[in-house]
Design a protein around this ligand. Structure first.
Ligand code: SAM
Length: 364
């Protein structure tokens, strides 16, 4: 994929997929976090010019719109920090942001910084260190064209605060294409925060090689402090466009991100695939068989479990499915099919699974 050279460039279907997830997540995230905190941050580390050639909104506008559209439900003030390296793009973005400023509710503010993501974040951290403060609750978007300028050391600083989340587009195609080139090792050392990626480079099987890189990135995010890592791939036909890694300290954030992905109807030949069920095409008519198998693997030892334990599993990153799919997608069909039984003293109505309800897989 050739990198755009102009200030604005044409919007493509790959970008749409990413934007739909972002919009859907922020629509849920701002109201939740806004009810817990007085002030939250949205940092767009590779912000772009704010719009595309034919006027489609870029990520900064999607984020500000999510706040403006939900301001009635959001108690907190949101600080938007948009970082863009290219001077012309940053200038264009400043003009776009200017048009939004009057619409931002309360004490919410937006600022554009012309600079590099890593340098800018280092300055922010130095400033916070001097004041002996931590980064406020933040959603940090890392959406580069390639793999440079996105060091794990910065991600680690962000994730030190359990209230912070990162949403990274990992450009696997670029990693795979340039992995053997001379100038690349430094970038990859920085990106992964270690040199272990070298163990992946020579793996012959392309699928196993990709998994090796992904597993390492996920491991590093967890080592950096993420409690949950949601990962999904965006495909166009059979071609992998990019991978999104979302790292969070919150079960609720993890569950909401999975819901956001499932909500998206594939458009323009693009589709999402989850990682636990490689075949799964998220967003289409759901296939719940992989979920039923996962639940059996996890809970199928013949013991009784409370429905809350199933819910915790569904919210976590152990499955691509989300908690809203537990009952209709799995428990009802499993019970109707005679695979699970429910302790009748723990519920009043058939095919319902209220709090405290106990169930177990039958032995076959
Ligand atoms: C993929 S585009 C961002 C698109 C934008 N997030 C959106 O969804 O509308 C990447 C942007 O990052 C900028 N960029 C490249 N390297 C950067 C760096 N090290 N720090 C900040 N911005 C950078 C590019 O100029 C480009 O505008």
């Amino acid at each position: 994929m050739a990198l755009p050279k102009n200030t604005l460039w044409k919007f493509d279907p790959h970008t749409l997929g990413k934007h739909l997830v972002l919009r859907s997540y922020l629509n849920a995230w701002f109201p939740i976090l806004g009810s817990w905190k007085n002030r939250i941050l949205f940092i767009d580390g590779f912000a772009g010019p704010g719009e595309y050639e034919d006027g489609e909104e870029g990520s900064p506008q999607i984020a500000m719109r999510a706040l403006v559209d939900h301001s009635a439900k959001i108690g907190a003030d949101v600080g938007f920090l948009f970082i863009e390296k290219d001077e012309e793009r940053a200038k264009h973005l400043s003009e776009v942001v200017e048009r939004w400023k009057a619409k931002l509710p309360g004490k919410s503010q937006a600022a554009v910084i012309t600079g590099q993501f890593d340098d800018t974040m280092e300055e922010v951290f130095e400033d916070l260190d001097e004041k002996n403060k931590r980064l406020a609750s933040a959603f940090v978007m890392i959406d580069p064209f390639g793999v440079s300028g996105t060091p794990m050391s910065v991600v680690e600083r962000v994730l030190k605060n359990r209230q912070c989340e990162v949403f990274v587009s990992l450009m696997y195609e670029a990693i795979n294409r340039f992995k053997n080139s001379k100038e690349f090792p430094d970038h990859l050392d920085e990106l992964f925060g270690c040199g272990d990626w070298r163990e992946c480079v020579d793996i012959e099987d392309s699928e196993k090689r990709r998994k090796c890189f992904y597993n390492l990135y996920e491991r590093q995010l967890r080592a950096a402090g993420a409690k949950y890592v949601v990962h999904f791939d965006l495909y166009e036909g059979r071609r992998l466009i990019y991978s999104i890694f979302f790292a969070t300290g919150h079960e609720l954030g993890c569950d909401r991100m999975k819901q956001a992905i499932w909500k998206i109807t594939p458009e323009g030949g693009c589709e999402f695939r989850g990682t636990h069920t490689g075949q799964l095409t998220l967003g289409l008519e759901p296939d719940f068989d992989p979920l039923k198998r996962q639940l059996h693997e996890r809970f199928g030892n013949g013991e009784w479990y409370q429905v809350e334990q199933f819910e915790t599993f569904m919210k976590s990153d152990a499955t691509d499915y989300h908690s809203g799919q537990l009952r209709k997608g799995a428990l009802v069909p499993l019970e109707v099919g005679g695979f699970i039984e429910v302790d009748p003293t723990t519920r009043k109505r058939k095919n319902t699974y209220p709090k405290g309800c106990k169930l177990r897989f039958k032995k076959n």
